[in-house]
Every structure is written in C-alpha cells, then in structure tokens.
Ligand binder design. Sequence first.
Ligand code: FUB
Length: 323
Amino acid sequence: MEKKRYLVDHSFMADPAVHVFDGKLYIYPSHDIESGIPENDLGDHFDMRDYHVFSMESIDGAVTDHGVSLDIKEIPWAGRQLWDSDAAYRDGMYYLYFPVKDKTDIFRIGVALSDRPEGPFVPQQAPIKGSYSIDPCVFREEDGTHFIYFGGLWGGQLQRYRENKAIECGHEPEVDEPALTARVARLTDDMLEFAEAPRSVVILDENGTPLKAGDHERRFFEASWMHQYNGVYYFSYSTGNTHLLCYATGDNPYGPFTYRGVILTPVVGWTTHHSIVEFKGKWYLFHHDSVPSGGRTWLRSLKVAELHYLPDGTIQTLSGTDE
Ligand code: FUB
C-alpha cells in the first residue's frame, strides 16, 4: 500500500484507535457531527454523541461499519462531548475507554464492556476513580499488564491539574517551565480502575532535559499513543497548536522518553490524531484530516498510510498533505 487511503465516506469519523483482534483490524474512532456550535479554543464544536466500531480484514479491503457501539444517553453520569476513545481485550472481554464531560462539565474517563470487539458496550455506572482530562490510550505489555495513557490541553482540561489534583485557576506553565505531560497509570486486573496514582509521561530533549512549555513544536498537547517496535517503547502524540504528530522513545512504559521526531506534518484541519499498529508484517499510521469536509475542522475523515522505520529505529516522516 503506497498511497494514503480514506476509510469511511458515509460519515465523519476521527481520532482512530486501531487494534488487531481475532486477526482483523478494529477501528475505534470518534463520530464527528455537525452540531452547529461555533468553533472555539475549548473545542465546544466537537459535540459528539455516540461511537461506531469499524473492522477490516485486509488493509486494502472493505471497511465494515458495525453501527452504534455506545450512545451518550446510555452513560448515566455523562453530560456532553464523547471524545477520543480506545479499546482493549482481556480474558474474553473487550473494554472501551472513553472521555466525556460529566454533568458539571468536567472531563472524566469511563469504561464500557462487551464480549465482542464491535460492541455494543455497556458502560459502568461511574467514571474511573481519580480520572480526568481526555484521550485515553490503553497499552498491553507482553506480560498482560495494561497501562492507560491520557491527557489533553485546552479543551481537554489538563492545564487544570497538577499532581493529579485540580488547581484553583487552571493555567499552562510559563514558557520556560517544564511542559505539562500526558499521564500514565497501570490498570487494575479487572481493567476498571487505576491501580496506582497516574504518573507524568516526561519527554526529554537531546540533552536529557524535560521539554519546556514554550517548546510548542515538540511538547505534548493531546492524542497519546503507545506502541513497541523492536523492544523499544514509542510514545507518540499531537503537539496541538503546531499540528504535528511526534514521537519519543524509551525503555519502559512509564518513560522518561526522549524526543525523536515528527511522524506526520500538519494535515488540513486543526486537530491531528492517530494510532500506529502492525498488521500482517507491515506498520500503519491511522489518522484523520478535514479534506473531504472542505476544511471544516470538526468534520474529519479517517485515513491510513504505511509507516516505515529506518534501521536505527527512527520513523520516516509522512506528509500530512501529500496523497
Ligand atoms: O475529537 C475531539 C478531540 O479532538 C480529541 O479528543 C483530540 O485528540 C482531538 O483530536
């Protein structure tokens, strides 16, 4: 597969989290809709209300839409805005991790369960205790331990927290202070709670110094993803207001990670978001852009492109605009 490929043309879908379950690719995206809410820096225009799951048996083949897997009306504690989700499998059950604002307009992360990868998923009655912010990503270690990464700035509310506690007046650090970081926590064996207090996912520069808040081209903003390649842990993410997908590498799931480079240059649309997955011996980047909607940043479309590694483990940068 040499060209990038759009995957779904009957609806707008974004933020693809992709996993191989039962030998097939399963895509867990956000379902973008035209809500009519004006665009702002808090992302109120991303007013999504349900999730669909898609599957593919081959990278060039048909994409099956399995229909609604979870509706916001089924989540007892939800207020508004179902944002980027992820899924995991353990011991015969599938777990969908999703962020949604609660009834006080604070983002929390919830879990919903199904015995099938496509759902429907049944949500727990309350969010994960101690959860906050957005963009959960669940990574399975070879020994079966699962880790959840999360966090996102601005509308994702991460700037409202320090040391896992809400602060009086949420704000970003000064430009020469260490950047805010994604968070990571081990999940309990039942996959339903944090097994430990979330830790900071620190990204270091080439001198071993944590990236600064003013380093907008490299510091974390949102869209965490974790994968392993040749035994190395790759933490990838969006830089948000500079619209890059970047990555950093480390030798364990907690980090610290050292910044390595850009995976995808800016796409059409404000947000950029992705997952990286190996399928039948090749590596793929799933992501989104707003080309099919004519640049409407809240109406995004799913894409896939093949990803290539160099012998030293660096990822070859893809262009966000070349086909
Ligand atoms: O889809 C809503 C938000 O936009 C996601 O949670 C962010 O990562 C960004 O893609």
